[in-house]
Design a protein around this ligand. Structure first.
Ligand code: MLT
Length: 405
């Protein structure tokens, strides 16, 4: 008789954004006349920029011609894209990353979930609290998180690093020693960031303790402040302790197109085993490669025109962030984030729990957000709104929220 991976049975409820989707569907079915504004999941609303569309069309034409048709993509991704990344995301910022340290994928969500394949289940993970739920859920699926303690809403074998108002929603170095540390800056969900000096402390800590940092830099395009690093490799010694995850979803609107990459420097080792070679082995065996057409679209992002066009999109969303931040502050909410990140984190009013506020906002303003407690116990009493809506919807949502307050 076959057995299942019963770690899955330990997972509480469904994936956060699936739970929200079900609740919103039930609401719209019961109230078909109420127009919903969705500022919940961080999904983009602007279409792909013209340079990307042009590249997609031209790549489709190549696929239609026997002389330019492409079959399987190279294991690590096409060199044209990895070179553009090495040059523009890294060399331009003074960081040398070799192209065989870059692995093209279908996005940072997949990579942040799959990266656990190359680590022992005996490793102890440390996560920010609140945190993007994929890190904890996928470690739970692998059996790395112990038992779920429903009352405490925590896993028994996870180091939670609270990110609270008093520490500007950034974690402190843990007193317990973790093996794997998940960091995401600019942060999802709180929209917080840390300076290069602060990040350097994490790198030094990881090197000293023999831990690995899994650094999610999916939101780096939203950084506006000078002293906030775009990559962990801007810190000294990061290549011996950090993996970096990047995405085309938030900076170039590829949420439905799918493209991302992971950087694993060759210096990153456990004993004398390079993690780069383990991930290359895993990538070759378990991943079919991002499609040629999509990688050409990714390459277009790095052209001069592409860069100008995606920067405009980022500026558009950041203007939404300003509308949300300032509008809610005017209405008396305690807000943070939204300066270097497309997420605005707010304290729920009148001691409402995060889910109470979710229902309240849905029913009274027909606005969808994300309950802070869905990201972890320290998110209780908080709520996340995204800046990825259209400008018109963002304005309308804030007006509606102001009017119910
Ligand atoms: C979010 O809303 O937290 C993100 O959009 C989820 C994701 O990128 O997978």
């Amino acid at each position: 008789m076959f057995e299942i991976n019963d770690n899955y049975l330990k997972l509480p409820g469904s994936y956060l954004f699936s739970t929200i989707g079900k609740k919103v569907n039930a609401f719209t079915q019961a109230n078909p006349d109420k127009p919903i504004i969705r500022l919940g999941i961080g999904d983009v609303t602007l279409p792909l920029c013209p340079k990307v569309i042009e590249a997609l069309h031209s790549a489709v034409d190549e696929m239609a011609d026997a002389s330019t048709f492409k079959g399987y993509a190279p294991d690590l991704g096409y060199e044209f894209l990895r070179s553009a990344i090495a040059n523009q995301d890294y060399r331009a910022r003074g960081v040398e990353i070799e192209i065989d340290e870059i692995f093209i994928s279908d996005g940072a969500k997949s990579d942040s979930g799959n990266i656990g394949d190359i680590f022992s289940v005996n490793n102890k993970i440390a996560v920010c609290d609140p945190v993007y739920p994929v890190y904890v859920d996928t470690n739970a699926m692998s059996g790395r998180t112990g038992e779920y303690m429903a009352k405490e809403e925590r896993w028994s074998n996870v180091i939670y690093m609270p990110c609270l108002e008093e520490n500007n929603f950034a974690p402190k170095l843990p007193s317990e020693t973790p093996d794997m540390i998940y960091l995401c800056f600019p942060n999802n969900p709180t929209g917080s960031t840390i300076s290069k000096e602060e990040l350097q402390k994490w790198v030094d800590f990881a090197n000293e303790k023999g831990a690995v940092i899994i650094y999610d830099a999916a939101y780096e395009a939203y950084i506006s402040q000078e002293n906030v690093p775009h990559s962990i490799y801007e810190c000294q010694g990061a290549k011996t302790c950090a993996i970096e995850l990047r995405s085309f979803s938030k900076n170039a609107g590829f949420t439905g197109t799918r493209l991302g990459f992971t950087v694993i420097p060759k210096e990153l080792k456990s004993g004398d085993v390079a993690l780069n070679s383990l991930w290359a082995r895993r990538h070759g065996t378990k991943f079919n490669g991002a499609p040629y057409i999509i990688q050409k679209a990714g390459e277009a992002v790095y052209t001069e025109e592409g860069q100008a066009q995606v920067k405009e999109q980022v500026a558009y969303y950041m203007n939404n962030a300003k509308v949300i931040r300032e509008g809610l502050a005017d209405a008396g909410f305690r807000v943070s984030g939204g300066v270097d990140a497309p997420y605005i984190w707010l304290k729920t009013p009148d001691n409402m729990t995060s889910w109470e506020f979710f229902d309240y906002l849905l029913e009274r303003a027909n606005v969808v957000g994300t309950p802070g407690s869905g990201f972890g116990p320290s998110g209780e009493g908080y709520f996340r709104l995204t800046a990825f809506g259209t400008y018109e919807n963002t304005l309308a949502a804030i007006e509606r929220i102001k009017n119910i307050k």
